[in-house]
Design a protein around this ligand. Sequence first.
Ligand code: GLN
Length: 304
Amino acid sequence: MDYPQIITQIATQVNPLFGQGKVADYIPELGKVPPEQFGFCLHLNDGQVFAHGHSGVKFSIQSISKVFTLSLAFQLMGEDLWKRVGVEPSGTAFNSLMQLEYEKGIPRNPLINAGALVVTDILVSAFQDPKAEILRYLRLLTGNDCIQFNASVAQSERNSGYRNYALGYFLKSFGNLHNDVEQVLDVYFHQCAVEMTCVELAAAMQLFSHHGVEPHSGQRLLTMSQTKRLNAVMQTCGFYDEAGEFTFAVGLPGKSGVGGGIAALLPGQYSLAVWSPELNKKGNSVLGMKALELFTTLTGRSVF
Ligand code: GLN
């Protein structure tokens, strides 16, 4: 397979889509990112890496962080985790409050904001310094000790995070947030404000394409069964109310973020990351979605 040629072809084909989406500005700091950028990185399980365009530029991983905190919480709690958060697609926006009332404080899944706050609460209970622990974990997965939070983005999230505050206090009222709401939100805003490049993100996703083994160290972090479950949750819930569309068009487990990044993988074969800041109405990268659809179509390599 001529991956460099395929990736170049994809970049050419998505280029006319610039201008169709809009950079997220409900978090003001994210609104400052220059829109016309496109990065792509494919990381094969045999270690080969194919990077293109702005694949070395740091961006805010935002909700993609939810997959990493979830995998950490799963290691700590095992199956008991699912007593506090469900595994059904929500069909609603990432920051929706509606279902939480009906479902008595048990979020539909861990990849919407409500569910991610419960996951972060678990980390706050488990670790003395949860922010440092998240960085330690991401540094291990990327093999890069420079992974950091962007303090201005975290502050900007705090200043504009009304819905996340509402979700936090709502969860607390149902007894599904055990720690101080402010403390959980502080960690949540920081995890969303982690910066990575496409190359780093694709490397971090190798954990899931390697069935739970971290390939740099050869360390098994998740069991085969746990990895299967996490990949299943990404497949069904990774794109909020566009999860069906992503599965239909792309056919990979993955996770998007409002920074414009999308991370995805094919178990046993590869992981990849794509980044382009302009988003569609559902909060997913316009060029990113199209690039991944083209990738699985041109290579014929998807789950389906
Ligand atoms: N930090 C963002 C929020 O909580 C993350 C949302 C996202 O990437 N979908 O609103």
